[in-house]
Design a protein around this ligand. Structure first.
Ligand code: FES
Length: 70
């Protein structure tokens, strides 16, 4: 999922897949009683990055192309 991020800004990537505000956490992991927590990520520079939406990436929280093998 392409997102324009800002240098130094912190983002919370959803790891549970239940957020309605993908790719970011909306608290659903807690409401649904999972043991999962969001991943904190700070943007190193201002640019468009591609967050993983399938949650299978090995380069969390960014896309590594793993969705292509699903
Ligand atoms: S809603 Fe998925 S990690 Fe918070």
């Amino acid at each position: 999922m392409p997102v324009e991020v800002e240098a130094g800004k912190t983002y919370y990537w959803c790891t549970c897949g239940r957020s309605e505000k993908q790719p970011f956490c909306d608290g659903a992991h807690s409401r649904d009683g999972t043991d999962l927590v969001p991943m904190k990520w700070e943007a190193p520079e201002t640019k468009t990055v591609y967050f993983c939406a399938c949650k299978q990436t090995k380069n969390e929280p960014l896309c590594d192309g793993s969705h292509g093998a699903l």
